[in-house]
Design a protein around this ligand. Sequence first.
Ligand SMILES: Cc1cc2nc3c(=O)[nH]c(=O)nc-3n(C[C@H](O)[C@H](O)[C@H](O)COP(=O)(O)OP(=O)(O)OC[C@H]3O[C@@H](n4cnc5c(N)ncnc54)[C@H](O)[C@@H]3O)c2cc1C
Length: 400
Amino acid sequence: MTNTHGLGHLDVLISGASVAGPALALNLARHGARVTVVEKAPALRRGGFAVDFRGHVHRTVLTSMGIWDEIHARQTRMGRQTVVGADGTPRVDLPAEMMSGDVEIFRGDLAHIMYERTRDSVEYVFGDSVASLTEVPDGVEVTFEHGAPRRFDLVVGADGLHSRTRRLVLGDESRHLRFLGHYVAGFGMPNHLGLIRTGRLYSEPGRCVGVNNYDGDPERAGALLVFRSERLAYDRRDVDAQKRILADRFAGTGWEAPAVLKALQDADDLYFDAIAQIHVDRLTQGRVALLGDAGYGATMGGMGTGVAVVAAHVLAGELALAGGDHHAAFAAYERLVGPFAKACQKISGNAGPFFAPPTERRIRSRDRMYRLLASRPMAGFFKRLTEKAATGIRLPDYPA
Ligand SMILES: Cc1cc2nc3c(=O)[nH]c(=O)nc-3n(C[C@H](O)[C@H](O)[C@H](O)COP(=O)(O)OP(=O)(O)OC[C@H]3O[C@@H](n4cnc5c(N)ncnc54)[C@H](O)[C@@H]3O)c2cc1C
């Protein structure tokens, strides 16, 4: 172990170039580490859902990364979203601060900002994937699906909810993925409702249809479908099978569901997954660490993006504090990020039942509760409630 804060002697491989991967790359590169990011997609993935930041911890971290202003420059400026009845009548307005935090940005735009900041100092390898990891006394031997084998000092799995890195070091996904009884889908569609920076949500027992427009494009909107379900067996690469599941589950649903289902048939950007959480006993194993959704993912509603950037800041900061000693740094990472991420995950448990309450009665009581929470006297209370988890970590002072 060296007693300097520089990490110039450290070779780090990061698997995944979405949010967590580039965030760690940015933090590590600033400390001088040599960083390689391997991403299975052929190029940086665009699009994705709008993700938000809230509270002083997110702000502190994004400011220290030097991207706070750029995030604001590219924020969605999404307005309120409205829960409607079957005939489109407004039932509850959900204010922007409730749904979109202090600042909101598309996941793809955030990834792009961090990629642009690091592309000259970090090696990005697209279209490849880690195939095997073998720990040896002074590093990790890594083989790739396409590239030649290489050795790194440390490997970080930032490869999402279905992380291969996690599978390689901690075993099969079924041991770590906790299904929360709902599925979620999203895709682009024509903006036939003429929405501009606003959204509509319609719930029937166990189902929710949303149409939203985050970016002000008069032509395009986004569709959101959430449904309550037992665990489904399907091929995650078979998009047509996923479309059939959705068409089946939403057949006969009211409001704009027929138009949304029609658009689904033409969608070439369908996202479909279970609402689930990742729970692991430990975030590190030897010289390998898990970061972001790979270690404590929550699909939606768990502030996964905020957690990922805070965790990247902590992991890089602890490595710098420890002069690259991964034993000390990983122990501190587990201690600081573990409970923080768990508390944020807890909130995400409400996402499915929020969008798709199981009965008419529950839909009405959700609407009543959110009418109250969105009312002026309660607005501060709601903000404090969501910020409590987002700010539930005390950041140590790391070397600049
Ligand atoms: C419907 C929905 C709504 C959401 N809403 C919000 C929100 O409002 N606020 C919020 O904060 N968060 C939200 N999230 C969560 C947020 O998108 C994630 O928490 C965040 O993107 C985590 O980033 P990540 O980098 O850990 O993982 P991911 O974004 O999943 O990225 C993983 C990356 O790894 C790559 N990869 C996968 N496997 C491999 C492999 N074998 N080799 C190499 N690369 C690989 C993938 O291609 C991808 O680029 C939402 C998520 C969903 C699904």
